[in-house]
Design a protein around this ligand. Structure first.
Ligand code: UDX
Length: 429
């Protein structure tokens, strides 16, 4: 099918590329001319495993192209996806101005029936607003349908998640666009759930908030484990074997971060508030998340006594593994807090150092993971990169003034670390 995706951020670029990969003809539109030029030249602006190769392959096959011209995208395709940012505002609500602008641009360019599909994460009832806007700004008197099709990909696993989704949610106002959506998604061989638009929009916020809740839940359990001598890993394994609970997203950490969970939680609390419902459960999820970081910083401070003038090695800057994204990263937050307490930092991340540099200028960036510990008083693991498991522990021990490690991602075995002579403090065990 002929498809246009407006917005080439994480969601738009990966969606467009995967649509091309399964044989659709895809035009990706972005108003950032430099980004479009970069994509045309075979470069990609983000690190996402497997994506660069797929972009190159599909551009070469003539199935994927890039332009700054929205009208061209609308004219040449039957289905137009909106995948632009919906950033948070200071009060937690969502800024929908990019969606509104794109809706007007699509309307102005429409000369025949189009299906307009929203992929961005939006508050419930946004679909109605998009439909109203398109009707208002459409010059030609043509039919159209608005569809809500939220995206559930995780950064770092985006290609995998898109090619093999657990489910595809399609929210519609009439049956007319359903066949086209089913045809677009047929190659992905995943269950498709067709709902009304409001429900589809709610599914996205409800899912992300539930996953954030799951993480806060296990982080709260980790506090109990530390107080009682239980092991949170064992507890999570035991809980996760119950199919009704499931093991995934029960990994304790410094708290969740990234461009989705914190933003979507705030937005969902605000959406509920606007309907007159005080979603206190989710406010508690936020509180537990903040406290988890406070507790970790306190753990470091209590052990080192005074942080001022201490040199600390930090492994990880990205908000999670397999990405160079440092937006709302717990690792970055941790670095800022340690700096504020007067510590100096030597930091390393396999992919995120370039993006971190301007936000975190007053630290030493270390290229080799195994050199981070040099002259440090302690090492901290802040992101769960697989590479960190290969850290040369013997060398790190020699480089540190004293072998102390604070592991915010439970990447090492406590007994083994003790055997190797480390003072090792992880989460909930
Ligand atoms: C999330 C949703 O998973 C995805 O469906 C949605 O489309 C976008 O938001 P993403 O933010 O890319 O995806 O990453 P995710 O893997 O969900 O991790 C989010 C945060 O939670 C990270 O900081 C991660 O480290 C943390 N996390 C995740 C935990 O602390 N423990 C876990 O068990 C899982």
């Amino acid at each position: 099918m002929k498809l246009t995706i407006i917005g080439t951020g994480y969601v738009g670029l990966v969606t467009g590329t995967c649509f091309a990969e399964v044989g659709h003809q895809v035009i990706c539109v972005d108003n950032d001319a430099a980004k479009v030029e970069m994509l045309k030249a075979g470069g990609i602006p983000i690190y996402e495993p497997g994506l660069e190769e797929l972009v190159r392959k599909n551009v070469a096959a003539g199935r994927l192209s890039f332009t700054v011209n929205t009208a061209e995208g609308v004219e040449k395709s039957d289905v137009v996806f909106i995948a632009v940012p919906t950033p948070p505002q200071t009060d937690g609500s969502v800024d929908l101005s990019f969606i509104e602008k794109v809706a007007r641009e699509i309307a102005a360019a429409m000369t025949s029936y189009k299906i307009i599909v929203d992929k961005s994460t939006v508050p419930v009832k946004t679909g109605d607003k998009v439909a109203e806007t398109i009707k208002r700004y459409c010059k030609a008197q043509v039919d159209f349908d608005v569809v809500s099709n939220p995206e559930f990909l995780r950064e770092g696993f985006a290609v995998e998640d898109l090619m093999k989704p657990d489910r595809i949610v399609v929210g519609v106002r009439s049956q007319r666009p359903v066949a086209a959506l089913k045809e677009i998604y047929a190659p992905f061989k995943s269950p498709i759930i067709v709902t009304d638009i409001n429900s589809a929009e709610l599914i996205k916020h409800a899912s992300n908030s539930f996953l954030a809740l799951k993480i806060s839940y296990i982080n709260a359990i980790s506090v109990l484990c530390e107080a009682t001598g239980a092991n949170v890993q064992e507890v999570a394994n035991g809980m996760g074997m119950d199919e009704r609970i499931g093991r995934r997203f029960l990994n304790p950490s410094l708290g969740f971060g990234g461009s989705c969970f914190p933003k979507d939680l705030s937005a969902f609390i605000k959406i509920a508030e606007q309907t007159g419902y005080d979603f206190r459960l989710l406010k508690e999820v936020q509180r537990i998340n903040t406290e988890q970081m406070d507790r970790f910083v306190k753990k470091i401070a209590d052990t080192l006594w005074v942080l001022k003038d201490k040199k600390i090695g930090v492994l990880g800057l990205a908000f999670k593994q397999n990405t160079d994204d440092v937006r709302m990263s717990p690792a970055m937050d941790l670095c800022q807090r340690l700096l504020k307490e007067g510590a100096s930092l030597r930091v390393h991340d396999p992919k995120a150092m370039d993006k971190a540099r301007s936000l975190l200028p007053n630290v030493t960036y270390v290229d080799d993971l195994n050199d981070v510990a040099e002259g440090c008083d302690a090492l901290v693991v802040a992101t769960e990169w697989d590479e960190f498991k290969k850290l040369d522990l013997e060398r790190a021990r020699r480089l540190l003034s004293h072998p102390i490690m604070f592991d915010g991602r439970n990447m090492f075995d406590p007994e083994e670390m003790e055997r190797l002579g480390w003072i090792y403090k992880s989460i909930g065990r």
